[in-house]
Design a protein around this ligand. Structure first.
Ligand SMILES: *[C@@H]1O[C@H](CO)[C@@H](O)[C@H](O)[C@H]1NC(C)=O
Ligand SMILES: *[C@@H]1O[C@H](CO)[C@@H](O)[C@H](O)[C@H]1NC(C)=O
Ligand SMILES: *[C@@H]1O[C@H](CO)[C@@H](O)[C@H](O)[C@H]1NC(C)=O
Length: 237
């Protein structure tokens, strides 16, 4: 047993793998819960297909290292505030990316969603985001899933799309059935919308709606129209 461990440590240091990480089946790198503070890079990186980095202390991802084989990356429960979304190109074959329970304030995977089929930024510090930011494009293949519940939403016109989706869900689960129910059930966010029976989307600002579920505040879509109306009427003639 000791000899195996020693061999493991020697191999690991030759490849530049952080000492306490474990390689399983040659292709999975397990580094969870090791107080790691920056994304580890190793000579072995390009062969790794699954990288488990959850429960560490990483704060920033300035750049995803080049990992051509990587399919599963778990960075849940770190302290990540900034991610270079552009550098997703460095992990072109990623299927699952879990960034839940971090401190991310800005998300945009629209440019490089690539091969992603599961993407989570739930329980972060996101105040506003569009469907496009989450990698949701119209005519999406049915199998893309994304999770964004548990963020401190800024409930203004920009989040009207999410409010609409949640209201459609509420109607559909109370028995109403129409084409829009089918669209909601196939929506990439449908798992996220079900979280705690739809209680995962709460406004944190503006102050007058702080703590309110987004489905309970006045129509944000109407606020958009109002906004358009006001700006047009303000245009000097
Ligand atoms: C991580 O840091 C905490 C707090 O300093 C410590 O209690 C824990 O043992 C450390 N874990 C490892 C794997 O080093
Ligand atoms: C990532 O790790 C967390 C914490 O261990 C776990 O709850 C979560 O299910 C994992 N994510 C995926 C996509 O497997
Ligand atoms: C994170 O991003 C914000 C906004 O882009 C920037 O102001 C801040 O300095 C960045 N923080 C780090 C640690 O890179």
């Amino acid at each position: 047993m000791k000899r195996v461990l020693l061999a493991l440590i020697l191999v690991n240091s030759a490849l530049g793998i952080p000492h306490k990480c474990e390689v399983v089946d040659f292709l999975s790198l397990h580094c969870e819960g090791l107080n790691i503070t920056s994304f580890p890079q190793t000579a072995y990186s390009r062969f790794v297909t699954a990288f488990y980095l959850q429960n560490n202390l990483i704060q920033v991802i300035n750049e995803f290292p080049s990992m051509a084989s990587l399919q599963h990356l778990n960075l849940s429960r770190n302290a990540i505030s900034n991610v270079s979304w552009k550098s997703l190109v460095n992990i072109p074959n990623i299927l699952e990316l879990d960034l839940s329970f971090n401190r991310i304030t800005y998300v945009d995977v629209s440019v490089n969603r690539g091969s992603l089929i599961y993407f989570s930024v739930s329980h972060n510090k996101l105040e506003t985001f569009s469907e496009e930011n989450l990698g949701i494009v119209s005519g999406d293949p049915e199998f893309y899933r994304t999770c964004v519940e548990g963020n401190p939403l800024h409930c203004d016109c920009r989040m009207a799309w999410l409010q609409t989706l949640i209201l459609v869900r509420e109607k559909c689960i109370s028995g109403y059935d129409s084409m829009s129910c089918k669209l909601y059930r196939e929506h990439p966010l449908h798992l996220s919308l079900r979280y705690q029976n739809g209680a995962g989307f709460v406004c944190n600002s503006p102050e007058n709606v702080q703590g309110w579920p987004i489905s309970k505040v006045a129509s944000l879509a109407a606020a958009c129209e109002q906004h358009v109306y006001t700006t047009t009427t303000l245009v000097p003639t």
